[in-house]
Design a protein around this ligand. Structure first.
Ligand SMILES: Nc1ncnc2c1ncn2[C@@H]1O[C@H](COP(=O)(O)OP(=O)(O)OP(=O)(O)O)[C@@H](O)[C@H]1O
Ligand SMILES: [Mg+2]
Ligand SMILES: [Zn+2]
Ligand SMILES: [Zn+2]
Length: 632
């Protein structure tokens, strides 16, 4: 069976990765590859860098490690990687701080931490991310800790590495008792990180502050062996199994850190500052690990408002993780969440998620003071669309106008929850943009953190989103009608070109039926040109430009067709649609279509389904909706 085979293969792979040797052998490996002895921070940074870094034309950096899972957070991630991970990897002072991700609910904080954790587990299984620890050490500590302080400067120079930290109490005792001080004989093994195995990756989650023990963090006395060894300061009578021990060499996630009792935080102070912590009756224990916590803005503000927390504050580095502010990226988030949920069997009509995304982004943006700017324009600019009168540089200016933009508003999970409740309630097989907007609107009353004023603002955003959708819906139907009328479009264009040719060459046109010689049909030409705003004064230049294009095509032996000139095609489509408008209006809104109308409706429906991703339900909904819009 395939699954069993896969399991066996996985086991084999892990067995192949396993390595065991002596400290002597390890030293030789480090001599060849000093990066084996890098710090946890440096390993995490290299893991991120190794996944790939892309630079775009504007000099923006994108880290593939995060960007495959997280959408629209490139700016925040860039800052996080540069200011924290990169600096920490270079042993700058930030390494000695706890990393605190601060952002609104469901903004991706936990996702970032999970990516780092799962990433480390994998990276430790690659050559580039390989690491080794003293075999049997409860903290899988760096074997170089075995080297006595006095010899370190010499060894560091020889191997090209830095050695930080001291042997843990357990290893110290074993070195003495088991190996008689012969450090070269101490066994070393490859460390494969795994949160499940509690190796290199851990999570600390405070429970009831009254009952919780610091032991969860730093380990505890082993009451089963204490009588045997007689003393609490014998490492054999101590279990180094706190989360800080277990996450050594890797990463510990600290959940709800700011809600945590102070005594837990004080322990972290020394760990972060000096790289060691106090456990039981032992000398300070060295640890090399990344501590990541997360919080929301309100919680953080009340934390810093408390004077008692000042010392801690200076040991925390806060990285804002705001919501995404790009409509297209928001759609990707929803697509991902829908895929992961039990919604995947429902058909989501084209533009449904897009419309919901417009609403969410509107709730997250802040008004700009820039002249002539409004939220819809800002939304387009943020999404990389062009807006008349604004440039790329304006986007940057807008982004810097409010430092806390994206720290509030509607969260992605809310939208997904509303979609599922809409689905369950109606037992629908298909939801369109309007269904989703309605569901979002109905949910606003129950949303726990929306004030009355905000609700008013949000209702306004719902109607803006709907207007945006109306435009999209009309265009879509127009496209589908024109598509079904492809032949008419071509005929209309040929007709136009014949007339333009005659006009430019001062010749006449021959009527194909009667053979009669006619003047060029000015009315026809103008009716097309007006569709794209070509004025009476500009018409001559436009016609000549087209003629030049035709002869340029002819010289190259290419055929000038419907798709050869974008503006002309647009004009033709619009003209056709204007002519069709009445047809659309009538066909889409009549309750009892005649045979001819029915045929047209069926053709357009088929186009919507075959070409534009609709299902029969939402295709019909769309036609009826656009019909009612056109009749207003
Ligand atoms: N920018 C984003 N790109 C991709 N997915 C996102 C993004 N923001 C949120 N999500 C998704 O939304 C869900 C909630 O995100 P996550 O749990 O990471 O948020 P959080 O910030 O930890 O929230 P909380 O404060 O509630 O703990 C996740 O499934 C996550 O993948
Ligand atoms: Mg979370
Ligand atoms: Zn040890
Ligand atoms: Zn559908």
């Amino acid at each position: 069976m395939d699954i069993l085979k896969r399991i066996a293969e996985k086991r084999e792979r892990e067995e192949k990765l396993a390595w065991e040797g002596t400290f002597g052998e390890y030293i030789e490996m480090v001599r060849e590859r000093p990066e084996l002895a890098q710090t946890a921070h440096s390993r995490v940074f290299n893991m991120i860098a190794d996944a790939g870094i892309e630079k775009d034309d504007n000099g923006k950096t994108r880290y593939l490690f995060f960007s495959r899972e997280l959408f629209g957070l490139d700016r925040a991630i860039e800052r996080l990687v540069e200011e924290y991970f990169h600096s920490a990897a270079r042993r700058l002072d930030v390494r000695k701080r706890i990393l605190l991700l601060m952002g609104p609910v469901s903004g991706g904080k936990s996702t970032i931490v999970t990516l780092l954790k799962r990433g480390l587990e994998q990276y430790s299984r690659t050559d580039a991310g390989a690491l080794y620890g003293i075999k049997g050490c409860p903290m899988q500590e760096e074997p170089l800790h075995l080297i006595p302080q006095s010899m370190r400067p010499e060894v560091e120079k020889e191997l090209g590495v830095r050695i930080e930290g001291n042997l843990c109490p357990a290893c110290r005792l074993r070195l003495k008792e088991e190996y008689g001080g012969r450090i070269e004989d101490v066994p070393v093994e490859r460390v494969l990180m795994s949160e499940d195995d509690r190796r290199g990756v851990g999570t600390f989650s405070p429970s009831d502050p009254k009952s919780q023990d610091i032991a969860d963090l730093t380990g505890s006395i082993d009451f089963s062996t204490i009588t045997e060894y007689g003393s609490e300061s014998d490492p054999r009578a101590y279990r180094f199994d706190g989360e800080l021990n277990k996450a050594n060499r890797g990463l510990m996630e600290f959940q709800e850190m700011l809600k945590c009792d102070e005594k837990f935080l004080w322990n972290l102070l020394s760990l972060t500052q000096e790289g060691n912590f106090k456990a039981g009756r032992f000398a300070l224990i060295s640890a090399d690990e990344l501590i990541v916590a997360h919080t929301n803005e309100a919680e953080y503000k009340s934390f810093i408002a408390n004077k008692k927390n000042e010392a801690l504050q200076s040991r925390i580095i806060v990285m804002p993780i705001p919501y995404n502010l790009q409509v297209t990226e928001e759609e990707k988030i929803y697509e991902k969440l829908v895929r992961q949920s039990d919604l995947s069997h429902v058909h989501l009509a084209p533009h449904a998620l897009h419309t919901a995304a417009i609403f969410s982004i509107l709730t997250r943006m802040k008004d700009s003071k820039k002249q002539g700017m409004d939220l819809v324009k800002k939304m387009r600019l943020y999404d990389g669309k062009s807006v008349d009168g604004y440039k790329e540089a304006d986007v940057e200016e807008l982004q810097n106008e409010h430092l806390d933009e994206g720290m509030s508003g509607i969260d992605p999970r809310y939208v997904i929850n509303r979609i599922s409740s809409a689905m369950i309630r109606t037992e629908a097989h298909c939801l369109n943009a309007l269904d989703i907007l309605r569901a979002i609107k109905n949910g606003l009353d129950q949303h726990p953190s929306i004030s009355k004023d905000e609700r008013e603002r949000y209702l306004n955003f719902i109607s803006i989103s709907r207007k945006e959708y109306d435009e999209l819906a009309k265009k879509e139907v127009q496209k589908a009608f024109v598509y079904s009328y492809d032949e008419s479009a071509k005929t209309l264009m040929d007709n136009y070109l014949d007339n333009v040719e005659a006009y430019c060459n001062w010749t006449k046109i021959k009527d194909p039926l009667t053979g009669e010689e006619l003047d060029p049909d000015e009315k026809l030409m103008r009716s097309i040109e007006e569709q794209i705003g070509i004025s009476e004064n500009a018409k001559k230049a436009f016609r000549e430009e087209i003629l030049i294009r035709i002869s340029a095509y002819a010289r190259k032996g290419k055929k000038f067709d419907y798709n050869s000139h974008d503006r002309l095609r647009e004009a033709i489509q619009k003209k056709l649609f204007a002519d069709l408008k009445d047809v659309v209006k009538i066909t889409t809104s009549t309750k009892t279509p005649d045979e001819n109308q029915l045929k047209k409706i069926n053709e357009v429906t088929a186009t919507l389904i075959d070409k534009y991703g609709y299902c029969p339900t939402c295709a019909n909904d769309l036609l009826r909706y656009v019909g009612s819009l056109l009749n207003r």
